[in-house]
Design a protein around this ligand. Structure first.
Ligand code: HSE
Length: 398
């Protein structure tokens, strides 16, 4: 029988605990033996619940038990997760985590520690929740030069933008609705300001580039500045607004950005609505590959975590994924990036705006406004134009 431990009995940790019991037979078939949760680490008590029997508040119970070969980390945050995960890897135990903050900030170090001790540090659940994404990149798309990823990587913001579009409500009302449904935290900043998506993008781009991509170096704009008028204008022009995480790898240089984008109807990401996530990957041989599913939630995320656990149980004494180099990735210089833009201006300013913007077309909007769709242009050129004239709003176009 395989013995595993779970650190943190929150939403995901309890999901892992329940999945191991519920899917006992399927896990046995894939792992080759029964999988048992020997310990759950949490400082809280859960009287009357099955978890109470295996509960401990001392991490050393797990670290010092030679029977435990795989540890699940579902505590979230950096501290004390980093210390506990480091301890587990150093003790020769593989670790599976759903903690994107930990992977984005400390993944390079933890992957090196796993290599050093011939164990694995896996984190499928940290990006796209239940969607199998990292393993396909690491194991299936290995014959391709992966050139770009474009993803809806945050369910909360996709839900907010969907509700703004469907119900015509403004950002504050859509956020309140997301909070009432339990999608958004009481402090929603990590989601609505794009930090969650940028961490996930950094993890993907670290894998694709083979170099550490620092999440903090990724230019990030969230959705709190998107107004009901922006959504209506986008609709008028035939687009939907999505918060996208975009990464490209060209000549060894990484381009990465998290920002609201206007997505045309023919793009496969356009119909992705509500809390769902989706990622489009482009390889030089395979062309476009798309992944879609639940990017959050107890059961879906637990599914990805336990998938990693099974992989680790099947590969004892082996580092399944060696990881990326600690040497930071080179970024495309800011301002050299190119993009098309949708610029809202007052109707009386259109002529002037078209002198300083490479306009492709103009769309008449409500309230005596116009939307100017530009050619693909340098980000720096847009900034120069914005210094010459006040635009109502500017949104990138995919
Ligand atoms: N807050 C995240 C989201 C959860 O809304 O997608 C999964 O990382």
């Amino acid at each position: 029988m395989y013995q595993i431990a779970i650190m943190g009995f929150g939403t995901i940790g309890s999901g892992v605990f329940e999945l191991v019991r519920e899917n006992k037979e399927v896990l046995k078939r894939h792992a080759g033996d029964d999988v048992n949760v020997k310990y759950v680490l949490d400082i809280r008590q859960f009287p009357g619940q099955p978890v109470q029997e295996v509960l401990t508040n001392d991490v050393n119970d797990i670290l010092n038990d030679p029977e435990v070969s795989v540890v699940v980390e579902t505590m979230g945050g950096i501290n004390p997760a980093f210390k506990f995960v480091s301890g587990a890897l150093a003790a020769g135990k593989s670790v599976a985590t759903s903690n994107k903050e930990l992977v984005a900030a400390k993944g390079t170090e933890l992957l090196a520690l796993a290599r050093e001790h011939n164990v694995s540090f896996l984190f499928e659940a940290s990006v796209g929740g239940g969607i199998p994404l990292l393993r396909p990149i690491m194991n299936a798309l290995t014959a391709d030069r992966l050139e770009s990823v474009t993803g809806i990587l945050n369910g909360t913001t996709n839900y907010i933008l969907t509700r703004m579009d469907e119900a015509g409500v403004d950002f504050a009302d859509a956020l309140a609705e997301a909070q009432a449904k339990g999608y958004a935290e009481r402090n929603p900043s990590a989601d609505v300001d794009g930090h969650d998506a940028k961490r996930k993008l950094a993890i993907i781009m670290s894998i694709i580039s083979g170099h550490f991509v620092d999440a903090e170096a990724i230019p990030t704009v969230g959705v709190s500045g998107i107004t009901a008028a922006d959504i209506a204008a986008a609709k008028e022009a035939g687009y939907d607004i999505k918060l996208l995480a975009r990464g490209e790898l060209t000549d060894g240089q990484v381009y990465a950005r998290v920002s609201p984008y206007m997505v045309p109807p023919e793009n496969p990401l356009n119909p992705v609505r509500g809390v769902f996530n989706s990622i489009l990957i482009h390889g030089n041989m395979v062309d476009d590959v798309m992944f879609y599913g639940r990017g959050a939630g107890k059961e879906a995320t637990a599914s990805a975590v336990v998938g990693d656990v099974v992989d680790e149980l099947k590969n004892p004494g082996k580092t399944i994924y060696p990881g990326w180099s600690a040497e930071p990735a080179a970024f495309v210089p800011l301002g050299d990036e190119q993009c098309a833009f949708f610029v809202r201006v007052n109707a009386m300013d259109v002529e002037e705006a078209c002198k300083i913007l490479p306009a492709v077309k103009c769309v008449g909007l409500a309230d005596d406004e116009c939307g100017i769709l530009t050619e693909v242009m340098k980000e720096s050129a847009l900034e120069e134009a914005a210094e010459k004239m006040k635009f109502i709003s500017v949104i990138r176009v995919l």
